[in-house]
Design a protein around this ligand. Structure first.
Ligand code: ADP
Ligand code: MG
Length: 295
């Protein structure tokens, strides 16, 4: 491509809220065959909210609030978007939070630590099972939550399940139409997430995505992109999180959500400033136009 056509393309991108780092991505984007979308913060708004809370022992003796204090206190130390939702919910219910005396984040699983002498674990069902913690008494609630597209977050105290929360994160209004436009352009759209399969499938269904890679650990996201490339596809990855950075770098074209983390933006070739998925469509159209001007 000529430097002039690249400059024109880059300039038009900027006018449309699309920041393009190098000439390569602008030349490649029109050849993309597969688009991998991260779920949380990319397809969805990335503003998770606790909409459901059930404890095993119910409301007796202020038990609900006491457990929220433990959960909110521990999650204060986490940078995960779900943690923020738990902290906000605990505060909104009147819990007074304290500093955990011990804290550890378990990537792709949850968090654990010590709060007021109690050993607290918050995270996925898979992790609870790995820890040998019995979830039986809340399994009905768990199923309902995931079937309605919510992320279930389990709370264990001193090795026993005590409560479950349902966290909702709405799909961006523009995601449905943007994904349909990409599919009409002949692209395969895949969703990639660390979240559980059942929740992921419900969200994917809402936006008409057929192929879902769920329960992917943070260090495996790049491998999943590589697997698609090994199918012979030219792959674009779109994401917002620290977790997504290696996958963004691995993809032939990495696109970051502008409202996402700096790490994701640094690892990508293109930044979609507003985070609207229509930016992907525009970027591909720009690439087509740039190439046409050259030939
Ligand atoms: P995502 O791709 O959705 O960002 P992650 O790999 O970061 O997912 O995490 C996978 C799952 O682990 C989350 O969906 C959540 O269920 C659980 N998890 C991770 N961190 C936390 C946390 N701080 N509090 C509660 N649950 C967590
Ligand atoms: Mg994300």
């Amino acid at each position: 491509a000529t430097p002039t056509s690249i400059m024109v393309g880059t300039g038009k991108g900027a006018e449309n809220g699309i920041l393009i780092k190098g000439a390569d991505s602008l030349e490649l984007a029109h050849k993309i065959q597969t688009i991998v979308l991260d779920k949380t913060g990319t397809v969805t708004q990335g503003r998770p909210t606790v909409t459901h809370y059930t404890t095993i022992r119910g409301t007796a003796n202020g038990n609900e609030l006491a457990l929220l204090k433990l959960a909110g206190s521990l999650e204060q130390n986490s940078e995960h978007p779900l943690a923020e939702a738990v902290v906000q919910y605990a505060k909104s219910q009147g819990a007074t939070l304290v500093s955990p005396s011990d804290f550890e984040a378990m990537a792709g699983s949850g968090v654990q630590g010590q709060v007021e002498g109690h050993w607290v674990q918050i995270g996925t069902h898979r992790w609870m099972t790995e820890l040998g913690i019995d979830t039986q008494r809340l399994n009905d609630v768990w199923e309902q939550l995931e079937q309605s597209g919510k992320t279930a977050v389990w709370l264990a105290v001193d090795g026993q399940i005590e409560a479950i929360m349902g966290i909702a994160d709405a799909v961006k209004p523009s995601s449905v139409s943007a994904i349909r436009a990409l599919q009409k352009m002949g692209l395969e759209v895949v969703m990639l997430t660390g979240d559980n399969r059942r929740t992921a499938e419900v969200i994917a269904h809402e936006v008409n995505i057929q192929r879902v890679m769920a329960e992917v650990r943070p260090d495996q996201k790049a491998d999943q992109v590589m697997a698609l490339q090994q199918e012979g596809k030219l792959v674009a990855m779109v994401g917002d999180g620290i977790n997504d950075a290696p996958a963004l770098a691995q993809a032939d074209v990495g696109m970051a959500i502008g409202t996402g983390t700096d790490v994701a933006i640094a690892a990508s070739d293109i930044t979609l400033i507003s985070g609207d998925l229509w930016g992907i469509v525009t970027a591909i159209q720009l690439s087509h136009a740039t190439i046409r001007n050259i030939q």
